[in-house]
Ligand binder design. Structure first.
Ligand code: WTA
Length: 641
């Protein structure tokens, strides 16, 4: 497969960029031409940001799995699509070729049909990182069911809320999942999530850990039984056929829940054609992917990075993508390096948190590891600090691999700002330049657009790119007010950024109440709600503080009037409550008990002050005269932990 639209030089980038902004319709039509369509689109782009209403390739008909799988079969049927590295390095690897992937996806699509799933139905997927997770996701896409993958670290309560919000009728899960030394009982969590649930009709359970699970008659079925039966339906005389459902370009492909500044996660909706075109285009260009390269994205498919750069982007490009079940530090901190050596990985795409955590183990885990196959390194999910960037460059890339710092969001579907590996210049801690098709602007608090270099402001995007969020599931108004009303006619990212004299962007972090802990997005309001569920908690306020490994840590100020146990015990109880309500990923790192919170006369918590104290600044807290009770600030500062 030739990548016709792969950018090879800086001049080509400049040309493509200019063309994409001046003539977006013809620019994207040319790229979309390279895909398999059942019917071509009527118009490339219709949009307004006021409703918002955004349609790419409208009138076009296609199925994304035909583009990610079927179209590669003739020339690349025997090429590995997915290489699976199990949690335990002693367990056997699985190599899934494109033709095997085709068969499994068809089989699972048939399983879904056999269980009553129809186009447009919502299927919640809660699995560990096994190849079957890929089959489940793509099986949904093949029949037009809308998948909603939930990260394995979320609690039963979080799943229950998402099931209700999406009115999901089907679940695909595993008995359990292996993650490092842990064995996580996923089906148990699903069972808890289903207590009181009225919509779910069927749960399909894949066996991974052989943990005993309850199987409820009429509701729960085994993956293996279902697949065996489906095989007889989709395979005749060694030929696999399972027609893909014809989808409208703008039919929803998936929902992915993410945190915002309110207490309730929102279901970000992406649609078929635009998402496909964008993940493909950004994949081949960001990583300068060449046929035969082995691509290793270490994210979990439960997050957008896994959706776009383990599955859809690489597969649409006919690439080989590594799917890793485990964690970077188990059985030891050399695990990534072993995997790189074992599969001769060419592209490593990971999070700054992982880099910082591995840095902490020193150079010993790297000894004797052959990393010569690496050509390109990438980071995603949070700002990377200078020290981690240089460590990655020196010790992993040996100063010969370009590092791409890719900025994007669940809502953007794919990478928006990044350098292109080996093509456009890198600058440590800068995501640098926008992808063709992306028109970023910085605005000040009043929405005035800031021109020129050496300015910082809030990062917005002026016009739609193909995989921009279309709506928030079941609540379009929420999508409008969250992203499109802060600054009229602009998409507001929620991030702050600065632009240097060369036009390079550096993302400085969220300017709203969203935390980024180990690259995972968590809303402060969500954590506060969870803390407030604990008996004895009167009120709480959560802010971020700089954390050496996680990037940001969670600092909770809690007013507590309960009497049970000592402070340490109460902290543990609060953490247990948060784990129960959201999941362990949202547990506060620090909990300070306070007599009151700094509030304005109108009752608004002055988070600015709390943030400063959490960051270690206990004097110079700024103007506190507007506070109802300025004295409380001194007490809080004195009690800082
Ligand atoms: C942050 C992850 C700095 C940012 C793909 C964004 C980054 C949020 C970078 C989205 C980067 C992501 N540099 N910050 N390269 N990439 N972010 O939805 O704050 O999980 O708004 O998507 O992560 O997180 P999400």
């Amino acid at each position: 497969m030739e990548y016709k639209h792969q950018i090879k030089t800086l001049e080509q980038y400049n040309e493509a960029y200019k063309e994409s902004i001046e003539n977006p319709d013809s620019f994207w039509a040319q790229i979309a031409e390279t895909f398999t369509w059942r019917k071509k689109w009527d118009s490339v782009l219709n949009w307004n940001f006021t409703e918002p209403k955004i349609e790419w390739f409208s009138g076009g008909k296609l199925n994304i799995t035909e583009n990610c799988i079927d179209r590669h079969l003739e020339t690349m049927g025997n090429k590995p699509a997915i290489i699976w590295e199990p949690n335990n390095p002693d367990e056997r690897t699985r190599v899934v070729t494109y033709s095997r992937l085709h068969k499994r996806v068809c089989q699972f699509a048939q399983v879904l049909k056999n269980n009553g799933v129809k186009k447009g139905d919502r299927v919640c997927i809660y699995m560990g990182m096994v190849p079957e997770l890929a089959y489940a996701v793509l099986g949904c896409a093949r029949i037009g069911a809308i998948h909603s993958v939930i990260f394995g670290g979320f609690s039963a309560q979080s799943i229950a809320d998402r099931l209700v919000d999406a009115a999901a009728e089907y679940i695909v899960t595993c008995d359990g999942a292996y993650r490092g030394g842990k064995d996580i009982p996923l089906k148990d969590v699903i069972d808890d999530a289903l207590i009181g649930n009225k919509t779910v009709k069927r749960v399909i359970v894949y066996t991974r850990t052989r943990t005993p699970v309850s199987m409820i008659k009429g509701r729960d079925v085994w993956w293996e039984d279902e697949m065996e039966y489906a095989e007889t339906q989709v395979e005749k005389d060694n030929v696999v056929t399972m027609p893909a459902t014809e989808m409208d370009a703008e039919d929803p492909l998936f929902i992915l829940y993410t945190s915002g500044s309110t207490g309730k996660p929102k279901g970000v909706v992406h649609t078929c054609a635009g998402y496909m075109v964008w993940t493909y285009y950004t994949f081949i260009n960001t990583f300068n992917y060449n046929q035969g390269d082995i691509h290793f994205c270490t994210a979990d498919i439960g997050w957008i990075t896994g959706h776009s750069y383990i599955l859809y982007g690489p597969l649409s490009a006919g690439a080989t993508s590594v799917l890793f079940e485990g964690i970077p530090t188990w059985p030891n901190a050399g695990r990534f390096w072993d995997i790189i050596e074992k599969y001769k990985i060419n592209i490593l795409y990971t999070a700054p948190t992982a880099i910082r955590s591995l840095m902490g183990f020193g150079l010993e885990p790297l000894e004797g590891k052959n990393l010569d196959s690496l050509k390109i390194l990438g980071t995603v999910g949070e700002p990377i600090n200078e020290e981690a960037w240089h460590w990655y460059d020196e010790h992993i890339g040996k100063k010969r691999c370009p590092i791409v710092d890719t900025w994007w969001q669940t809502e953007t579907g794919g990478i928006l700002i990044t350098n292109l590996a080996g093509v456009t210049p890198a600058k440590p801690t800068y995501a640098t330049l926008p992808m063709p098709g992306v028109d970023p602007v910085l605005v000040d608090e009043n929405g005035q657009i800031l021109e020129g270099g050496n300015v910082s402001g809030n990062l917005c995007i002026r016009s739609p790119w193909p995989s921009i969020i279309r709506t928030t599931w079941g609540d379009h108004e929420r999508c409008r007010t969250t992203y499109f009303t802060t600054y009229p006619n602009l998409y507001f990212t929620g991030d702050g950024a600065l632009r240097d004299e060369n036009g390079f962007y550096r993302i400085t972090g969220r300017v709203d109440d969203v935390l980024n802990v180990s690259g995972h997005r968590i809303g402060t309001a969500e954590v506060e709600n969870a803390i407030n569920m604990h008996a004895g908690v009167v009120e709480s306020a959560v802010v971020a503080y700089p954390h050496d490994i996680k990037g940001q840590g969670i600092y909770a100020y809690v007013i507590f009037n309960g009497k049970h146990g000592d402070a340490e015990q109460t902290r543990k109880d609060i953490n247990a409550t948060v784990s129960r309500i959201i999941g362990a990923i949202a547990r506060p790192d620090k909990i300070q008990f306070v007599p009151g919170l700094p509030k304005t006369r109108s009752g608004k918590i002055m988070r600015r002050i709390l943030r400063k104290i959490a960051e270690g600044e206990t004097s110079n807290l700024g103007d506190t005269t507007t506070l109802l009770d300025p004295g409380v600030v001194d007490e809080i500062a004195a009690g800082k932990i």
